[in-house]
Write a protein of this length. Structure first.
Lengths: 311, 351
């Protein structure tokens, strides 16, 4: 197991280096300059500013400087938005709200989704099944900004249960964005669990469990559920990353000072180091989650446990 | 002998999009204490459905009892609620399935899979159940049972898995054990081991076995009595000797003729022509008539009743009617009948 994880860590490192390289050059190709109102600066002033951020160096030098810093955990400094603030600090300060609504949304969505999917599979072709299918279709097809606006209007404005927007009232502020974020994982989990449960419930070992005298709920929870989880984890892992690291749209609509919102702003003003830093941060997160998912497979399914590594 | 289980006039249909499939069309048999009854027949003859209906393992939404009863311990199993059935399944009647590779839960250690029915049906502690499970594993011939309790199904071979399934089935000393082609998915040497094991265990725990198979070699090896099924009906039932050496129904003749034999002179293997009947629209008369070279006019019009051949032997064919013409069975069957005292071809003791 340790050897397997060690091997995976090396791959993770290579993946990250490739992502960093690719993003770096991609950004350099893009038009625009991080030096705000560059037109008003005299060539001399401009040269001074560029020299300060190392933008006057030839591209390869800039690249190796950046990669070398990255190796030491240095993501550089913000060029124009925070005037020299450390990128790591900027990201960490923005991570809190994103992580909170992301985590709450993920939890709510997954738990409800699994519940809906289980009910649908166990009561196949009844109104409960159709109801849960409709919820799943709505969750997948209605864009989150429409759903977010509806939540703001009904629960925020009309019923006045939660603040419509902004990040001022602690947990209460996080409720509506969490619900908005929960819709997609909910729908996905419901669909996957339903399909997989129906397949598992038709398998031979379920018949054997029935032949042992197991009741309906014992069959569903002791025998079928665990076997139905694998495909769900595959999709939920990467989804968790995208949601935990902030949904750009939802954060914009609810005016939440999260990392997604920051990312969009940075792209608009070409703040290279923040774009790079955020991209790398997202990538690390994704790669770690994928590793966790792979390890989880083994926890859930013993067949995968053995074929993974030689331990 | 004591009757453990009685199946009377059982009729069962599947409601499908294509219409009503009459899978079982009036099946009658008794199961006696301690015996092994083999049910043989080709795919789609209704043998698996019959036994699954005893266990009530068929999908409730589509399978429907149309008529008849299944009497067990004074109760009609077709009328019990699901909750009452759960108390019978795995305790009084248990089942072994065809494919050991898929019939164990891949994500549950086998120890837990064996203790599950024990804890369910017997009032004993977890530790006692574990001990019992280890004993069961030893009983079915699993080496180092204590160590293997924590292992998962993929860590066992096919034959070992079938032994585990047998251990699960025997966990509560059932009165009836239904074995649905338990050796079909195993290779021949393992088949023999599993059959030996089952015969051995039957003596030890004194259970009655319903053994479903399409392998007549297996039948000869394990069965006391044989029921031949065709098109959702039993067409002939008798002791294993009566079925093998004095068969009366043309379908049984066909089955026996299509069995490879060690001393067959020409290597060509006989196959019954045609295909099984469509049970969406079952034939009016004898279901086998269309494939039988012995069919008479009445076979197309009326289903044959059971004619008694001996106290233990019955066959549903018009050929046994007093007014029916005498026909010659296939040569291979005549060869067999020559060895059976009481058949019309009997030649005295062999040699």
């Amino acid at each position: 197991m340790a050897r397997y994880i060690g091997k995976r860590l090396i791959y993770m490192f290579i993946t990250l280096a490739l992502i960093a390289t690719f993003t770096f050059f991609l950004m350099k190709i893009l038009p625009g300059s991080p030096i705000a109102s560059a037109d008003k600066l005299s060539p001399e002033q401009r040269a001074v500013v560029e020299a300060r951020y190392g933008l006057d160096q030839p591209l390869p030098v800039q690249y190796f400087d950046y990669m070398f810093g990255l190796l030491q955990g240095d993501l550089g400094i913000s060029i124009n938005q925070f005037k020299g603030a450390d990128v790591t600090d900027v990201i960490l300060s923005r991570m809190g709200p994103s992580a909170q609504i992301g985590f709450q949304g993920m939890l709510l969505g997954t738990v409800l989704g699994i519940l809906f999917g289980m009910v649908a599979a166990l009561r196949q072709n009844t109104w409960m099944d159709y109801g849960s299918t409709i919820v799943a279709i709505i969750g997948i097809s209605i864009p989150s900004f429409v759903f977010a606006s509806m939540l703001q209007y009904w629960l925020g404005l009309k019923l006045d249960l939660f603040p419509v927007a902004l990040w001022k009232d602690g947990f209460m502020s996080s409720v509506l964005p969490s619900i908005a974020l929960a819709m997609f994982p909910l729908a996905t989990a419901a669909r996957f669990i339903r399909t997989e449960m129906i397949e598992v419930l038709g398998s031979d070992y379920i018949t054997l469990a029935k032949a042992k005298g197991a009741s309906g709920s014992e069959i569903a929870f002791k025998h079928a559920f665990r076997n139905a989880l694998i495909p769900l984890i595959t999709v939920l892992g990467p989804m968790a990353v995208s949601i935990l690291t902030g949904s750009l749209v939802v954060e914009q609509i609810f005016a939440i000072p999260g990392i997604g919102e920051q990312f969009v702003k940075s792209i608009m003003v070409s703040d290279f180091s923040i774009i790079m830093g955020t991209t790398i941060f997202f990538s690390v997160f994704l790669i770690v989650i994928i590793l966790v998912v792979d390890i989880l497979y083994g926890v859930i399914d013993p067949r995968i446990r053995l074929s993974g590594g030689k331990s | 002998m004591e009757k453990i289980l009685q199946v009377k006039d059982l009729e069962l249909s599947f409601n499908t999009f294509g219409g009503e499939v009459k899978a079982i069309r009036g099946v009658n048999f008794d199961l006696y204490k301690g015996e092994t009854l083999a049910i043989v027949g080709e795919s789609g003859s209704g043998k698996s459905v019959t036994t699954k209906s005893i266990m009530r393992l068929l999908p409730e939404e589509s399978a429907e009892f149309k008529n008849g009863e299944i009497l067990f311990g004074g109760r009609d199993l077709t009328k019990l609620s699901d909750r009452e059935m759960q108390k019978i399944r795995g305790k009084d009647i248990s089942m072994i399935f065809q494919d050991p590779m898929t019939s164990l839960n891949p994500t549950m250690p086998i120890g837990r899979q064996i203790t599950e029915p024990i804890l369910k049906h017997q009032k004993i502690s977890k530790d006692e159940a574990k001990k019992l499970a280890v004993d069961l594993l030893r009983l079915v011939g699993m080496p180092k049972p204590e160590l293997r309790m924590k292992q998962y199904p993929h860590q066992f071979s096919g034959g070992q898995r079938q032994r585990i399934v047998i251990a699960i089935a025997l966990a509560c000393n059932p009165q009836v054990l239904i074995a649905d082609e338990p050796t079909t998915a195993l290779d021949v040497t393992i088949q023999a081991q599993i059959l030996e094991l089952m015969k051995d265990l039957q003596k030890k725990i004194d259970t009655s076995i319903i053994f479903i198979t399409h392998d007549l070699g297996v039948v000869a090896n394990v069965a006391d009595r044989v029921a031949v099924m065709y098109g959702g009906k039993i067409v002939e039932i008798g002791t294993v000797d009566e079925i093998f050496y004095n068969p009366q129904h043309p379908y049984t003749w066909g089955l026996l003729s299509s069995m490879p034999s060690m001393d067959a002179e020409d290597a060509k293997l006989y196959a019954i022509p045609g295909t099984p009947p469509d049970l969406l629209d079952p034939p009016k008369g004898d279901a086998f008539a269309l494939r039988s070279e012995y069919a008479m006019k009445i076979d197309m019009e009326q289903p044959p009743p059971f004619f008694k051949v001996s106290d233990t032997h019955m066959a549903a064919t018009w050929l046994l009617h007093p007014e029916a013409p005498t026909v010659e069975p296939p040569e291979m069957v005549i060869e067999r009948m020559k060895k059976f005292p009481g058949s019309r071809y009997y030649e005295g003791s062999a040699n």
